[in-house]
Design a protein around this ligand. Structure first.
Ligand code: ADQ
Length: 463
């Protein structure tokens, strides 16, 4: 029987108390439920010495297989190469980029370690699905160890233009490593084009140099836009509306219009510019003063990377400054909450909001944009203000689209959203909801798994 083996840097173990499991975890878990299989990755713990044995936890048809990481490995592989070299490059943010050879060496070693630990868990009929930039070399490591099962790779970030990728001294190695996969998937046609242009570069040493174990063809590369479970978001939004913290939040608005932003605290999400654009809204459209409230929810992530701590301080400073300038005795313009909320509460907050602010300076897709739309009341929906530079903007053309670098433009977009007539709101929402239903989380995982199954058939036919 075909089992699915999913691998990601972190595993959302059911016993790990991850009650705010995001869209990706929801999608993967559904796929694993359906096919049965293994979810392999890091358990979130670091140890001083060598990582111990893989720990196995069976929940229904799914085996959660997790490993520790050595402290220094984690620092170099995760905080270092993954999040200080690859993440900024994939998001075209070269000001945050740094390259250290020993971090890349450790990145390769951790991928080799993952391959070694995964190997005994594999069965001949498995299909293997690797997730994200932390694990690009995993397929070549597995091929080297003799794995012939189909292996797919999905990149959750944007794939950068080759001229940006070239900044990385090891980009050829990474491109060759991607050629060891049977299927390589991206969120948008733009990412796919960048990838294809990059592997056509003569100087990567050619696909022949990748350790493909008898694979004669280049990988099948395609667009698989990730989606959400639309009905689940809607239901959560409706059912959670009466919860205490949701009611308290609404009471505190005193009838004012609500703008909401929900993001991981990450420089790619454009939060500093968003705060400044909100100040510009109050400046350029003074009628909004004392009539709108902006709540920004942004829990700290990647706290081992200095840039992430700096942005937290910058936002606290900025919120204080903007509130100091505009607040009134009964009105605080920005409420900035540096903490996570569970999914039901977030969905209920979205439903209460008049405007959703999703203004990243670059984003692979952005599931918050989709969740915001799904959570709305179709009879009286809120409006999404969305960055052109998020993958989601390729699908959600009926959002109010803005360039996050243009503060006056974002302020205009916020004002347009706040003053949009009901009929227009309904029409835009309706059209976007249809797109969300077409490209939902089930479509995403089914299409990717079908591509892996097709790769296996092709391989069998040609052998
Ligand atoms: P992220 O950068 O994490 O994901 P996003 O897609 O917006 O970005 O969010 C992932 C999930 O986390 C969503 O389900 C959201 O509800 C949840 N989340 C976000 N902020 C939260 C908060 N403050 N509290 C609780 N939950 C929160 C990466 C890529 C994206 C891509 C996804 C999936 O960077 O571009 O869309 O993977 O492929």
């Amino acid at each position: 029987m075909t089992r699915l083996v999913a691998i990601s840097n972190r595993v959302a173990r059911p016993s790990g108390g991850a009650k705010s499991a995001g869209g990706l975890a929801v999608g993967l878990l559904a796929a694993l439920e359906e096919h049965g299989g293994v979810w392999f990755g890091w358990n979130g713990r670091t140890v001083d010495g060598e990582p111990g044995d893989v720990s196995l936890e069976e929940v229904g048809p799914i085996t959660f297989a997790t490993t520790d990481l050595n402290k220094l490995s984690y620092e170099l592989y995760y905080n270092g190469f993954s999040n200080t070299s690859l993440w900024p490059i994939c998001h075209y943010l070269l000001g945050f980029y740094r390259y250290e050879r020993r971090e890349f060496d450790e990145y390769r070693r951790v991928n080799a370690l993952f391959a070694r630990k995964l190997l005994p868990l594999l069965q001949p009929d498995d299909i293997i699905w690797v997730h994200d930039y932390h694990l690009i070399p995993l397929a070549s490591e597995l091929r080297r160890a003799g794995v012939t099962q189909p292996i797919g790779f999905f990149l959750h970030t944007p794939f950068p233009d080759i001229e940006v990728l070239r900044v990385l001294p090891v980009y050829r190695q990474l491109l060759r490593a991607l050629c060891a996969y049977d299927v390589v998937g991206f969120h948008t046609p733009r990412d796919l084009k960048c990838f294809r242009d990059a592997i056509e570069e003569r100087d990567i040493g050619g696909i022949d140099n990748a350790d493909r174990r008898g694979l004669s063809r280049p990988p099948v590369s395609d667009v698989f836009p990730i989606g959400i479970d639309v009905d689940a978001c809607q239901t959560l939004a409706v059912e959670t509306g009466e919860k205490d913290n949701v009611r308290r939040m609404v009471r505190h608005l005193h009838g004012r219009e609500l703008l909401i932003g929900v993001d991981r605290l990450d420089y790619s999400k454009g939060l500093v510019s968003r705060f400044l654009s909100f100040a510009r809204l109050l400046e350029n459209y003074p009628a909004n003063r004392n009539h709108v409230s902006y709540i920004q929810i942004a829990p700290t992530t990647r706290s081992g990377v200095r840039a992430y701590l700096e942005i937290r301080e910058e936002l606290e400073r900025l919120a204080g400054k903007i509130n100091g300038r505009f607040a009134d005795v009964d009105w605080v313009p920005i409420r900035y909450l540096n903490r996570a909320f569970d999914r039901p509460t977030l969905m209920a907050f979205f439903r209460e909001a008049n405007v959703g602010l999703v203004t990243p300076v670059r984003d692979g897709m952005n599931l918050v944009a989709k969740e915001f739309i799904a959570a709305q009341d179709p009879e009286d929906p809120g409006v999404l203000v969305l960055s052109e530079l998020a993958g989601a903007a390729q699908e959600l053309r009926d959002a109010v689209l803005i360039n996050p670098y243009d503060r006056d433009g974002v302020a205009d977009g916020m004002h347009q959203a706040l003053s949009m007539p009901l009929e227009e709101r309904r029409e835009r929402h309706q059209r976007m909801l249809e797109i969300l239903r077409r490209n939902d989380i089930t479509a995403w995982r089914t299409r990717f798994i079908d591509a892996l199954l097709a790769a296996r058939r092709d391989r069998t036919n040609s052998s």
